[in-house]
Write a protein that binds this ligand. Structure first.
Ligand code: KIV
Length: 335
């Protein structure tokens, strides 16, 4: 059919249909835009090539958008679960519209509106001062910048510890006022009732165990947790409990790799680590640390991918110099 037509075999009706190629490209370009398919996606194509949906929404869309396709010739639930299980989850923090947009467009799976905003956005020493109103402000800014990632929001210190009624009200406010998809809470057995009530209200909950910065004044230091057998045992029990209650994931912060490996093999929900080794289902970092915007925080688990502090400082110095030297604005930069 030359350049402008595709032959499409419909097996069900045992006959051939002829489609105009331009039609298909236009429709599935629109479809890809609508579902937000882009080159950062990994696309599991279960429908075979000769099936209309597998061909157009699968292969055609993948080629047009530069998506990484994972072909699966026939439906095999075990094989599909294996492929999904092998893929690690990427998670980063986000606190504002512009940064969230960059992170989302880069293809991240989950954006956490962490209470670490208290440190990196507001300059507090701990995560304790951030309020529910403030986290909602950050979360709603992030949600406006995100098209595809899952947005999880920390319940701040003091918004859920008193009782389960308060916890539920705080979680509802976050969901209602920010438009985020889920909440995260620090703790295990001691917040069980709150988790149950929040889950019963239809709000997905992510747990957080190990180093829980909201309890820093109980621990006294930010050193590695669960090194002692007793604490490790309690952590594993807490992780199992969160999993049984129905949490959709658990963050493990700063614990020995062998303990997080044990947790990961003991629970069915994904385990996301920060300073918890590689035998987990995914990794999370504070974005400001990863891009070098925060300079004083240098734990062993942190990998800095760029030194934005230096890049920005140099850019700002150049701007100051240009203003002082009357180089900015030039002829083309004015009306
Ligand atoms: O608030 C935060 O950024 C977090 C991550 C460190 C997991 O809880």
């Amino acid at each position: 059919y030359g350049d402008h037509r595709d032959l499409h075999l419909s097996l069900r009706r045992q006959r051939s249909d002829v489609y105009k190629r331009q039609q298909n490209i236009k429709v599935f370009d629109y479809w890809s835009t609508y579902i937000g398919l882009n080159e950062n996606d990994r696309y599991l194509i279960v429908n075979p090539f000769f099936h209309t949906f597998g061909y157009k929404a699968g292969w055609l869309a993948s080629v047009m958008r530069g998506v990484t396709a994972y072909p699966c010739p026939v439906f095999d639930a075990d094989k599909i679960i294996q492929i999904i299980n092998k893929e690690k989850i990427s998670m980063l923090t986000g606190y504002d519209y512009s940064m969230a947009k960059i992170i989302d467009n880069s293809g991240i799976d989950v954006i956490l509106v962490g209470d670490s905003a208290s440190n990196v956005m507001a300059g507090h020493e701990t995560t304790l001062p951030i309020t529910l109103d403030q986290i909602i402000y950050h979360a709603s800014s992030v949600v406006r910048g995100v098209n595809r990632a899952l947005v999880v929001v920390d319940l701040p210190f003091g918004s859920y510890q008193s009782n389960s009624g308060e916890a539920l009200r705080s979680a509802i406010r976050i969901m209602k006022e920010s438009g985020a998809h889920a909440v995260k809470m620090e703790g295990g057995e001691e917040i069980k009732e709150s988790i149950i009530r929040i889950l019963n209200a239809g709000i997905p909950v992510m747990g957080h165990l190990g180093l829980t910065p909201q309890s820093i004044y109980k621990f006294g230091t930010y050193t590695v947790r669960a090194k002692e057998e007793e604490e490790a045992k309690r952590l594993i029990e807490d992780a199992k409990l969160l999993d049984e209650l129905g949490c959709f994931g658990v963050v493990l912060e700063k614990i020995p790799a062998k303990i997080s490996k044990k947790v990961t093999s003991s629970v069915s929900c994904p385990v996301i680590g920060i300073g918890a080794g590689s035998d987990v289902d995914g990794q999370v970092l504070v974005t400001h640390d990863l891009v070098g915007l925060s300079t004083e925080f240098n734990p062993r688990f942190l990998r800095r991918y760029v030194d934005l502090n230096e890049i920005m400082t140099n850019a700002i110095k150049s701007y100051i110099k240009d203003v002082k030297n009357l180089d900015f604005p030039n002829e083309n930069e004015q009306y």
